[in-house]
Design a protein around this ligand. Structure first.
Ligand code: ADP
Ligand code: GLC
Length: 510
């Protein structure tokens, strides 16, 4: 049985700041269904501690930089963490807990380091929205713990493969490499890039605290414009690299989207692949969605969708017009998401009878711009700033259109959720959006493959042209709209497919 350790810093519903959490939550059970023996290494952020059951757990101690494993951990592991955990730098105590299987079967190693991890709020940012000053060590520790498990720290279970996610877990392959160089065999790493724009880049002076040999921090190593990039470390030392859509896998090998690492990614092209994310149907399905208080619906009967629309309009204070095309947005408000294109076209949308229901938070300038629109168009534009799980389901279910005009998008999940709920995506042709939405034109409509509206240039004008087409079909060709919904609802972006691809990748490493 293939033993796989997932290393990540968020997981729905324990802790979520974005799509990463949805993916890490769905991947483990999907792999388990395929017969893999999966465990997850998570940092003990307060949200994790609160949600996990830690009774009957087994502690694997780490104190003053010395692992005190329960059994026969290789000697080098006993001294290896000194630079991260020792000296004047906290944490003076850190340990791994091997939890008993959770009620849903999830098997967890919880990395405890109270001085570093027991902080409220966002796991990466302080209350002022700035990165925690000690993020380099905090997440180095996660990587170190992953590498130690890869090297057999827990003598009752050693993974065959370690799968690390995003920059937070990106030092796992670096420490694994360092251990191997010191004669300690460690399981190979698969590393998934969920977003190359967040790299974990730190001051080079922090290098002393990482406990990695000098060459690994130099130009041949994780050096990045005079600083240190955790992401670069993973791209160098993971045995396999993946990202979350085939198109993004190609895009990041070019200078425009390569974030300075495209050369390295090109050099590793043979080891890099794109595996599309799936949809967790236990969370996102219109025929059983516990977060909706309206009747369920499915591909054959959309009555429930009309009710979901009215419920959405009522909940958000929009006029309850059945004929309105409701644009839905559920998103982080950052440059990535391209939502600055939306305010300039809203007047046109409203003029044509459209409405906007937006849920999101992030950039204060964008937040203010959308609040302003809501004041300007009461009853037609509704804006909820914040993070709200039930509200996100209401929008996905009740909107007519899900808008995702991203500048770049590694995969994107909201367009996939929308497809399930008969909510027609309007997206920009980048990354996973390009891989998952088929533009409606005469040909694709006739072929039965059209599922949404896709535009190219990152301009308000191009967005407007796509929205105009959507408004037109919605108002004047209801039978075509119904076809789009049917095609979309018939799409299957299942986790079983993605999990099979990952499993094949793991198997190839043995
Ligand atoms: P990203 O990970 O880049 O933010 P994705 O589309 O992959 O984008 O995933 C975003 C996830 O976060 C989705 O599950 C979406 O529903 C959720 N989400 C984003 N913003 C909010 C919000 N304000 N409230 C609730 N859920 C949100
Ligand atoms: C990142 C990306 C998003 C992707 C998600 C899960 O947050 O921005 O496109 O869907 O990770 O892989």
């Amino acid at each position: 049985m293939m033993k796989v350790l997932q290393v990540c810093s968020e997981m729905f519903p324990l802790l979520k700041t974005g799509g990463l959490a949805d993916v890490t939550a769905a991947l483990s059970p999907a792999l388990t269904t395929l017969g893999a023996d999966v465990r997850v290494l998570l940092p003990a952020f307060p949200q994790m501690v609160k949600a996990l059951d830690a009774t009957n757990s087994v502690a694997i101690e780490l104190s003053n930089g010395h692992w005190r494993g329960p059994g026969s951990a290789p000697a080098v592991l006993q001294q290896g963490l000194g630079p991260i955990a020792g000296g004047a730098v906290p944490p003076h105590t850190a340990r791994l807990l091997r939890l008993a299987p959770q009620p849903d079967g999830l098997q967890v190693y919880l990395l405890e380091a109270p001085e570093w991890l027991d902080r409220p709020g966002n796991p990466y940012l302080n209350a002022y929205g700035h990165e925690w000053h000690d993020n380099a060590q905090r997440f180095a520790l996660l990587g170190w713990a992953g590498a130690c498990l890869a090297a057999g720290l827990d003598d009752s279970w050693q993974p065959d493969v370690v799968h690390a996610h995003d920059w937070h877990a990106a030092l796992t392959p670096a420490y694994s490499r360092a251990l191997r160089d010191r004669g300690v065999p460690a399981a190979p790493t698969v590393f998934t890039i969920h977003n190359l724009a967040y790299q974990g880049v730190f001051d080079a002076a922090l290098g002393d605290r990482l406990g990695l040999p000098g060459w690994m921090q130099g130009f041949e190593g994780m050096e990045y414009w005079g600083r240190l990039s955790f992401m670069k470390a993973a791209l160098l030392w993971s045995e396999r690299l993946t990202t979350v859509s085939p198109t993004y896998a190609r895009e990041i090998q070019g200078s425009e989207q390569g974030a300075g690492l495209d050369g390295l990614l090109r050099a590793r092209a043979a080891d890099l692949s794109g595996i599309l994310n799936g949809v967790d149907s236990s969370v996102w399905s219109p025929d059983h969605d516990p977060l909706l208080d309206t009747p369920s619906f499915d591909i054959d009967c959309l009555d429930g969708k009309a009710l979901a629309k009215t419920a959405l309009q009522t909940a958000m204070g929009l006029e309850t017009r059945a004929d309105a095309l409701v644009l839905g947005v559920v998103s982080r408000l950052t440059e990535q998401k391209g939502l600055h294109l939306l305010p300039p076209v809203m007047e046109g949308v409203i003029h044509r009878g459209g409405q906007l229901a937006l849920l999101g938070s992030g950039d204060p300038v964008l937040e203010y711009r959308f609040r302003e629109l809501a004041w300007q168009y009461p009853g037609q534009v509704a804006v909820q700033i914040g993070y709200d799980e039930p509200a996100s389901h209401r929008i996905v279910a009740g909107a007519s259109v899900m808008l995702v005009p991203s500048a770049f998008e590694p995969c994107g999940l909201t367009q996939l959720y929308a497809l399930r709920y008969g909510t027609v995506p309007v997206v920009r042709a980048v990354g996973g959006l390009a891989d998952t939405v088929v533009d409606a034109n005469e040909h694709t409509l006739a072929m039965g493959s059209a599922t949404g509206f896709v535009f190219g240039p990152l301009t308000a004008h191009a967005l407007w042209l796509a929205l105009e087409r959507a408004l037109q079909v919605h108002a004047h060709h209801p039978e075509q709209w119904r076809l789009l919904q049917r095609h979309g609802m018939g799409q299957r972006f299942d986790w079983s497919v993605a999990a099979q691809a990952y499993l094949a990748l793991y198997t190839g490493l043995l």
